[in-house]
Ligand binder design. Structure first.
Ligand SMILES: Cc1cc2nc3c(=O)[nH]c(=O)nc-3n(C[C@H](O)[C@H](O)[C@H](O)COP(=O)(O)OP(=O)(O)OC[C@H]3O[C@@H](n4cnc5c(N)ncnc54)[C@H](O)[C@@H]3O)c2cc1C
Length: 326
């Protein structure tokens, strides 16, 4: 029977949403292919996620829970996923296009000799094989890609593939594996810089600020609107380069790629390098005083106006709207 393998990433004791998106995508693709879905989960906490992975579509969960695998390290993690792929000979392997997935997937692909299509925004079955769609040239063009041979390996852009409804009655078979845990480079310690803040790549709403804010002293206008909407905060490179906010907030070609349900761009012109990181958002709202700003070409809703007048009013409106809803 054909098989689709997915990699399930977790952090701080919870399965990351892109992992559920990958296993849900695998389940949808498995139907026309009449395939089984197998998830790989690595780390000492891995056992806690078996139920969730099963409920979202995994028929089998491969668990590597040796204590040495508690922290991510490229080599043993790649070895474990490659071990499953070599053993199961799946027709497809799906990995979330997260920071970890970007590091892990090419290593696994090289080990198993697979063709890897990265940052996919759509996957479908055509004549029994997968076909992917992915952005190219910073989002200026889209490529339709098919694979030669198997496994057909892809990384999936977070927040693009929907999470299916869970079915708690689905109980996956668990296969425990062990792997050589030696690594030439290991994570010695993690220093979180934004504890408690929403992770940009997983946020459903993002409010981003650009040079139109004039100076770091005004960035609180974006932060207040974001707080009122339960959103994550983003920024253009211009304000990151100017030192107003840290690079972790940068959206774009040399920052993070995001696909929230709602992206609110405040005082951002819409340079192609910024659009590369956010144009796959479901709804884009732009606030800019220049009616000819390129951001309006990708915006679903545009407000031509002064953000210093608009943002405080929007924040009050958002507070009133969300009051009692959360
Ligand atoms: C190799 C390379 C990689 C890059 N990577 C990235 C990247 O990852 N992310 C990224 O963002 N950029 C990136 N850039 C930079 C990019 O080209 C732009 O310079 C940058 O995005 C501009 O930022 P901005 O829109 O905030 O500033 P600006 O282009 O200066 O735009 C400011 C906007 O604010 C508006 N405005 C001004 N005052 C107000 C007001 N009172 N009310 C409302 N609107 C107002 C203006 O009309 C203007 O449209 C990259 C560039 C290069 C060359």
């Amino acid at each position: 029977m054909p098989t689709i393998v997915t990699y399930a990433e977790h952090r701080d004791g919870r399965l990351r949403r892109p992992s559920l998106e990958a296993v849900s995508a695998a389940k949808r693709l498995a139907e026309p292919l009449k395939a089984t879905v197998q998830a790989v989960v690595i780390g000492s906490e891995g056992e806690a996620f078996i139920g969730d992975l099963g409920a979202h579509g995994a028929d089998v969960v491969h668990l590597f829970d040796q204590p040495e695998l508690a922290a991510y390290a490229t080599e043993p993690y790649a070895r474990a996923v490659a071990q499953v792929v070599s053993g199961e000979k799946p027709s497809a392997v799906l990995v979330p296009f997260t920071a970890m997935g970007k590091d892990l997937a090419p290593r696994v692909a090289a080990r198993v000799g697979a063709g890897l299509v990265s940052d996919c925004i759509a996957l479908e079955v055509k004549e029994g094989r997968l076909q992917a769609r992915r952005p190219m040239y910073a989002g200026k063009a889209y490529a339709t890609v098919r694979w030669e041979g198997e496994p057909q390996m892809a990384t999936l852009r977070p927040n693009v593939f929907p999470v299916g409804s869970p079915d708690a009655a689905r109980k996956p078979e668990v296969r425990k594996g062990t792997v050589d845990t030696t690594a030439r480079a290991k994570v010695a310690a993690l220093h979180a810089t934004a504890a408690g803040k929403l992770e940009l790549t997983e946020a459903q709403i993002i409010v981003s600020g650009g040079r139109g804010l004039k100076g770091p002293e005004n960035f609180h206008l974006v932060e207040s609107l974001a707080a009122a909407m339960g959103a994550a905060v983003g920024a253009s490179r211009a304000v990151v380069d100017a030192g107003w906010v840290d690079h972790q907030y940068q959206v774009g070609q040399t920052g993070k790629t995001v696909s929230p349900s709602l992206y609110v761009a405040c005082g951002i012109s819409g340079a192609i390098q910024h659009l590369a990181g956010m144009s796959s958002s479901k709804y884009i709202v732009a606030i800019n005083k220049d009616a000819d700003a390129p951001i309006f070409k990708v915006a679903n809703y545009g407000v031509v106006g002064d953000l210093f007048e608009l943002l405080p009013k929007l924040t009050e409106a958002a507070k009133a709207y969300f009051a009692g809803k959360r």
